[in-house]
Ligand binder design. Structure first.
Ligand code: DGT
Ligand code: MG
Ligand code: MG
Ligand code: MG
Ligand code: MG
Length: 281
């Protein structure tokens, strides 16, 4: 761009680089989805079509942005995690957040007709807000993910019981709310079972656990990796590690992106998939 007398305005731009070496979580959330859900007749408390549409949009975002390690979705929200070593867009917050939000929204609208074939979208169209938060340790990141999944469980148990009282028990919203006031999880399980014959454990996993999206990818086995590196170190150490990194990158780019409805609170999830949090993404 040529210099001009106007160029000084550039100095007004504020830097917004996110703290280096921290896990970046970008959470997006549907704007006014209470109204949106009722406009399109989403089933209560869970609409499978709507949740699968969210998952399809999240998968598309992940395939466009290979820097995303894992994502977790529930209700009208999705959290996308960037590895702590990520340098995409120089870690500029507004650029990362706006890219995720607009890519997600575009795919949500794009995939709408395949999930709601009989209900065309009309204005006001769906939109999402977004924010970025940095977590300095793996423990903090795992606690963040656990927080969202616990929230999913608490809300789903409440909503499942609330709507059973209304849809099957004939209560109105005020009566159902009153009935549930001060109840613990065990009480809600008991109401569901004794009054409606519903065993909460048998409810769909997507409703109880939310959706976890990740690359089902296994880097070169560390054992083999090291052994090969040792032999090759003498001859051409730089090329070897470069090739391995390249191969890993290719493998990663090709890895299928899966959506599962499993516990991420349980350490086992992370232990079984060390590549998700490894130091060399
Ligand atoms: P916001 O985020 O401040 O703009 O406002 P809302 O209305 O989006 O509120 P939020 O995000 O706290 O809550 C999500 C709303 O979306 C909540 O009212 C329930 C609705 N929602 C999400 N998924 C479903 C679904 O599968 N079925 C139904 N019926 N509603 C859903
Ligand atoms: Mg909100
Ligand atoms: Mg919302
Ligand atoms: Mg929400
Ligand atoms: Mg541009």
């Amino acid at each position: 761009m040529a210099n001009s007398q106007y160029e000084y305005v550039k100095q007004f731009e504020q830097p917004d680089r996110l703290l280096p070496n921290t896990w970046i979580v970008i959470r997006i959330d549907g704007r006014g989805f209470t109204k949106f859900a009722s406009k399109y007749g989403f089933e209560k408390p869970n609409d499978r079509r709507a949740l699968e549409l969210m998952n399809a949009a999240a998968r598309a975002v992940m395939s466009e942005l290979p820097d995303i390690t894992i994502a977790y979705g529930v209700s009208d929200e999705y959290s996308f995690v960037f590895h702590k070593s990520c340098s995409l867009f120089d870690r500029r917050s507004s650029k990362l957040v706006s890219t995720i939000v607009s890519t997600f929204t575009a795919y949500y609208v794009h995939f709408w007709p395949s999930h709601f074939p009989n209900t065309p979208l009309s204005p006001p169209l769906p939109s999402f807000d977004g924010r970025a938060v940095c977590y300095p340790t793996v423990q903090n990141l795992q606690d963040y993910m656990s927080w969202r999944q616990v929230d999913c469980h608490i809300n789903n148990l409440y909503n499942t019981t609330f709507w059973a009282l209304i849809q099957q028990g004939g209560m109105d919203a005020t009566e159902a709310e009153k009935k549930l006031k001060g109840t613990l999880a065990a009480d809600k399980n008991e109401i569901l079972f004794s009054q409606f014959g519903i065993n909460y454990n048998n409810e769909p996993e997507m409703y109880k656990k939310g959706s976890v999206v990740f690359r089902d990818y296994e880097p070169v086995d560390p054992g083999t990796h090291n052994a090969t590196a040792e032999v090759d170190n003498m001859a051409r150490p730089v090329q070897q590690s470069k090739t391995q990194a390249e191969n890993d990158k290719k493998k990663r780019a090709k890895a299928p992106i899966v959506v599962e409805h499993i516990s991420i609170i349980n350490r086992d999830f992370w232990d079984r998939r060390p590549w998700l949090l490894s130091n060399k993404p």
